[in-house]
Design a protein around this ligand. Structure first.
Ligand code: GRF
Length: 198
C-alpha cells in the first residue's frame, strides 16, 4: 500500500480532505503520521480523531538545529513513506529532509505559481496581493518541493475567478475549496506515476 506522511501547521482542512479520501477509498494510501510544528493546531486534532500518530517537532521542542533535524529524520526513517505531503506547513524544510525525499515531497500553494510565490507569499498575504493587483483569476498549485521556496516542478493547477468585490478572505475561501479537490487527485496521479516507473 502506498504510504504517505503529512506535515501541517494550521487548520488542517487540506489534511482532513486527504484523509477523508483515503477513508472513502478514493485515494488508495495509508497516512502514517502527521508532523506539526504547532501542537495545538487543527491538523493535530484531526490526526488524533483519525488515530494517526502526531509528532510535534519544532524550534520549541528541539531548540538545537541538529537535534531538530535528527527528530524529523527519525520519523522519516521509522515509517519510510513513499510521499511526504505538505498541507499548510509554514516552515521551510531542512535540506536533509529534501534530499532524503528527493522528488517525493509535494506542497500546495494558494496561487497560480510562479505568480505570488516565494518569500512573503504565504497565507492571507497571497490573496491580499492578488486582490490588490486586480487579477481576474487566481487559483492553487501543487508542486514538488525543492530547496528554493515555491520553485519546484509544477504538477497541477486549478483556476478560480476573482470577483470585483472580493476581499482577500472571500477569495481565500474560494481557493481553499478547490485545493481540497486538487490535492488528493494530484497525490493519486503522482502515486500512479511513481508505481508505473518502478
Ligand atoms: C492552504 O491555503 C495552502 O494552500 C497553504 O496553506 C493553507 C493551509 O490550509 N499552503 P489548511 O490548514 O489546509 O486549512
Amino acid at each position: 500500500m502506498f504510504k504517505i506522511g503529512v506535515m501541517a501547521s494550521g487548520g488542517g482542512s487540506n489534511f482532513k480532505a486527504i484523509i477523508d479520501r483515503i477513508g472513502n477509498g478514493d485515494l488508495e494510501a495509508q497516512c502514517k503520521f502527521l508532523i506539526t510544528n504547532n501542537a495545538g493546531c487543527g491538523a493535530a486534532a484531526h490526526a488524533e480523531e483519525y488515530g494517526i500518530p502526531v509528532y510535534h517537532i519544532s524550534g520549541k521542542t528541539h531548540p538545537d538545529t541538529a537535534a531538530y533535524e535528527t527528530a524529523l529524520m527519525d520519523v522519516l526513517n521509522r515509517y519510510d513513506v513513499d510521499l511526504l505531503v505538505l498541507a499548510g506547513y509554514m516552515k521551510a524544510l531542512p535540506n536533509c529532509v529534501i534530499s532524503r525525499m528527493s522528488d517525493r515531497i509535494l506542497n500546495i500553494h494558494p496561487s497560480l505559481l510562479p505568480k505570488y510565490g516565494g518569500k512573503g507569499f504565504w497565507g492571507i498575504h497571497v490573496h491580499e496581493a492578488v486582490v490588490a493587483a486586480h487579477e481576474k483569476e487566481s487559483g492553487a498549485t501543487v508542486h514538488l518541493v525543492s530547496e528554493e521556496i515555491d520553485k519546484g516542478r509544477i504538477l497541477s493547477q486549478v483556476k478560480v475567478p476573482v470577483m470585483e468585490d472580493d476581499t482577500p478572505e472571500v477569495l481565500a475561501a474560494r481557493v481553499l475549496e478547490q485545493e481540497h479537490e486538487l490535492y488528493w487527485k494530484t497525490i493519486k496521479e503522482y502515486a500512479e506515476n511513481l508505481a508505473a516507473n518502478h
